[in-house]
Design a protein around this ligand. Sequence first.
Ligand code: MG
Length: 456
Amino acid sequence: MPALNRRQFLAAAASATVASAAARPLNVVMIYCDDLGYGDLGCYGSRIATPNIDRLAAEGIKFTHFYSGNPVCSPSRAAILTGRYPVRAGVPRVLFPTDTTGLPDSEVTIAQMLKARNYATMCVGKWHLGHLPQYLPMNRGFDEYFGIPYSNDMTPRPLLHNAETLEEPAKLETLTPRYTEQALRFIERSKGGPFFLYMAHTYPHIPLGASERFRGKSPLGLYGDVLMELDWSTGEIMNSLRRNGLDNNTLVMFSSDNGPWYLGSPGHLRGRKGTTYEGGQRVPFLARLPGRIPKGRTCAGIGSIMDVLPTLSGLCEAPLPKNPSDGIDIWPLLSGQKPELDREPLLYFDDIHLQCARWKQWKLHVARYNSAAYSPAPAGGRVSLPLPAPELYDLVNDPDESYDIAPEHPEIVAETRNRIEKMMAGFPDQIRKAYEQSKSRKVAPTAVGNFPRAAG
Ligand code: MG
């Protein structure tokens, strides 16, 4: 065989790389925290040390306007796994151990979508889309499951391997190391690829638990210890990818299902978990894929957790499910080709109630609960009421939603309202009816930014 000159050698090497990339579909790791706030990571301004997670941002992309699907747990999980608004995907509210329902069979998860491309799939951690056997991950496209089927503040809190109970109640201080061990085992045995790891941590949702190794290590209490352990876990996953030669062919994403609850930081944002202010739904989002996602970029374009499914459909060449997606393919943002994308408003629902819409830099509030989340309900119950006048906030110049500019921008209020009306026409009956009923309720005049009150 004749020796290749330098140019021939480089051409041959390049085509071999292309061929091997084509022959090796992308692996996907989604690390999804529970109740981690927008301000809880070092790379988002926290004083808690999260060097491994920060490295994902330094070696990949960090989003500053990225939204979970809902301000509470179960609906957000429906949104990430189906790419659809939770009110459309049949999970509008948090599921409890007494519930006998879950994510409907008619919904298609990312895992099911990737199964069509022969991905090995594993769900580790919190599921929260139905705890009865027919709703567990094994029946929703995952080959294997290890974790708690709902939140750690619910009982009896079994730790499951597939559908088998290993421990009840699960020991809180052991969860992050055990989840991590399972994740590493899965990566090791799936390294022939392709694989999808959905690493849905139990923490920092309360009650908190950190192992002996991390307890007392943070200057910011047990919450800080828990975050340091989540950071360690992320480092272990990245080390495993490197050790197994998978580093350059694995898309790693990191996010949270909603804002912080009683502890944790929403950063400079207003509101916390359970509210449709930004602190309830804006979350960190990081993505790393060496060679394809440029290093160290910050994206201020709007992204949603519902975008993960359509983006993976494109990247992994897996056909989109038949159910229409509410997300869009954000690869042009991830790859740095575009700083932002044109998209319809992102709608904020709490339970079945539409409350706000984000369109471009604007956020319109049209309805709000009549009392604070997780506080005693007022007489007559906690209800979502229309605001006496819609409130408009400029999230670029007023990130903490402190200054209503609706009176100065009636044209933006009207345009956003029109877009909301058009979008709502495509939602299921129950959601449309709730919206129409809410609009027709009479409310008393209240101060801007206050809780609305029913008239009379
Ligand atoms: Mg949560």
